[in-house]
Design a protein around this ligand. Structure first.
Ligand SMILES: Cc1cc2nc3c(=O)[nH]c(=O)nc-3n(C[C@H](O)[C@H](O)[C@H](O)COP(=O)(O)OP(=O)(O)OC[C@H]3O[C@@H](n4cnc5c(N)ncnc54)[C@H](O)[C@@H]3O)c2cc1C
Length: 512
């Protein structure tokens, strides 16, 4: 499967959809519920329209001559696509994939976690090792080419609804996604998944199983991996409160992030949804369903986008943090400088993990490479505590200044109020309008409902925090790291015994 990530010089056989085409494609009858009503059109509804436009902007960037060399490359079939969909044979190709993700993430400052490049991590796993999905090898291969060639937007749902975690899946059959009927042309599935982030904006949904406990005996009906169109009959998305909807009743000045980067989260209900055999990757196979994430290298491919986007988000928050310290006149204080230094060190750490993931990759099937699982596991374990620490650092320094904000941009329009705002809301190095603008941006990043959701998101991004540490231990057992770490200790223990030093390098108490 030869491919190129070089700047596009030849005429591609196909180009990605434009933003306008993407938006048009969302008008497909998908069933989304918000505030007791079915959303007629996500591209115009005030709870979704700006989120959809942010995604459209990403697609438009693929057509921008200034950005095309970084963002795009050719698939094996000669289609122009985002580089996140391209299989990599070299560290440089992985780095190019990450740089394309980086460029997209800068367009939303890292706040749209499930942008189309996120699930491309899964798509490349289908393409690099379709044989893992045997006997559905052809399905994996065909879907890789379709999703990559058409640069489609996919989301995933793997986590089961939080009903009763003490019971096995098959003990709650009526809740969790399962095959309820097998037909000549496919299967019928029912059940729910928690939660489809960005599902409302996607073309397809990838359904699998992941959780604190792997599937076990009795769970065969749940041992499924398949793909469905977002508008498939029987698919219902029940949205959480839309932060964009709340922000739509205010001014962008008041909610500059909620109002355009709310990617939405929705519980996905599958009510007797038909899945043709062509859309199935794993069917009633417990080991394959359990092994799908680590063995097919899906997780480390997904995490490259996660870590790249996370690093962008930390860069953005650190920039905000610096601006806040400047605006408050506190940047000269040692205690504040120490906190800024800590934030900058986290930025370096996650950027280094991304680089290492690409430049020290793991070998993958069929001669491809995947981002290093070691650096990706390190990102996965550390991000859930670093993100809350960032919020804490900013809150410690921004302090009450974050609450010293007028309720609305409209306050600045009041001639009666304006002189008081100008006098009492200015900062050390900026006027009142700029200071309030900055404070509201910081508050939307860390303090509003949108800001709070982002902490929950980064904490739970790749599994519950205990699981992802336990899985890191299991990986170290499998890849030999545990043995190597213990061997290091053994080499120290081997240097001495009850008789003294075992070698001739050091001198013992008796001088021999
Ligand atoms: C904003 C947001 C967006 C999300 N988007 C998506 C998405 O797009 N797609 C998707 O699939 N998922 C998504 N999720 C779900 C996310 O992947 C999960 O929240 C995460 O994996 C943690 O799983 P959980 O919530 O089921 O918690 P659990 O795994 O149930 O863990 C909760 C707590 O209970 C403990 N616990 C639970 N079960 C056990 C057990 N058997 N033994 C010991 N301890 C146990 C855990 O250790 C933990 O402390 C999203 C979550 C959030 C918050």
């Amino acid at each position: 499967m030869a491919q190129t990530t070089a700047p596009v010089l030849t005429r591609p056989k196909r180009v990605p959809m434009t933003g306008a085409q993407y938006l048009e494609g969302l008008r497909d009858g998908r069933e989304i519920w918000l505030n007791g009503e079915r959303v007629a059109d996500v591209t115009t509804h005030p709870g979704f329209r700006n989120g959809a436009r942010t995604v459209a902007r990403l697609y438009d960037a693929l057509h921008d001559p200034e950005q095309q060399a970084v963002l795009t490359g050719l698939t094996p079939n000669g289609a122009l696509t985002h580089k996140s969909f391209l299989l990599a044979r070299t560290p440089q190709e992985l780095l190019a994939r990450s740089e394309a993700m980086r460029a997209w993430s800068r367009l939303h400052f890292g706040f749209m976690g499930r942008s189309p490049d996120y699930k491309a991590g899964l798509v490349v796993s289908l393409g690099a090792w379709p044989e893992y999905f045997a006997p559905y090898t052809d399905n994996a291969s065909r879907w890789y080419h379709k999703l990559a060639d058409e640069c489609l937007y996919l989301n995933h749902v793997g986590i089961n609804p939080m009903v009763d975690r003490s019971k096995a899946l098959h003990e709650q059959k009526e809740i969790f996604v399962r095959a309820v009927e097998e037909r000549d042309d496919g299967i019928v599935v029912s059940g729910a998944k928690m939660v489809g982030t960005a599902a409302a904006f996607t073309h397809y949904n990838f359904i699998f199983n992941y959780g604190a406990v792997p599937l076990s005996d009795g769970d065969t009906d749940h041992a499924l991996v398949f793909i469905i169109p977002t508008n498939a009959p029987g698919v219902k998305l029940i949205s959480r409160p839309s932060y964009e909807f709340a922000a739509s009743r205010a001014h962008p000045f008041d909610y500059p992030l909620s109002s355009r980067f709310d990617e939405n989260d929705a519980t996905m209900i599958l009510d007797r949804v038909f899945v043709p055999w062509e859309n199935i990757f794993v069917f009633r196979d417990i080991p394959k369903t359990n092994g799908f994430f680590p063995q097919a290298q899906v997780l480390q491919n997904l995490l490259l986008q996660g870590a790249t986007r996370f690093a962008t988000k930390l860069e953005f928050l650190t920039g905000l943090f610096l601006r806040v310290a400047e605006s408050n006149g506190t940047i000269g204080f040692r205690g504040v400088q120490e906190k800024l230094g800590e934030a900058i060190a986290y930025v370096h750490t996650f950027n280094a993990l991304v680089r290492d993931a690409c430049l020290s990759p793991d070998p993958a099937a069929n001669g491809y490479v995947s981002p290093s699982h070691r650096s990706m596991w390190a990102y996965r374990v550390q991000a859930p505590s670093v993100y809350p620490r960032f919020r804490e650092l900013i809150e410690l320094v921004a302090a009450g200044g974050l609450i010293q904000i007028p309720s609305s941009a409209k306050d600045f329009a009041s001639p009666e109020l304006r002189p008081f705002l100008d006098q009492y809301y200015k900062g050390a190095n900026m006027d009142a309008e700029q200071r309030v603008k900055l404070s509201k941006l910081v508050w939307d990043a860390i303090g509003t409902e949108f800001g709070g959701r982002h902490e929950l998101y980064e904490r739970n991004y790749a599994g519950n925090v205990e699981n992802l540490k336990v899985e890191t231990l299991l990986a170290a057992q499998a890849d030999g790291d545990r043995a190597a770490l213990e061997q290091l200790v053994q080499s120290c223990l081997d240097a001495y015994d009850l008789k003294g030093w075992t070698g001739t390098t050091w001198v013992g108490p008796t001088g021999s």
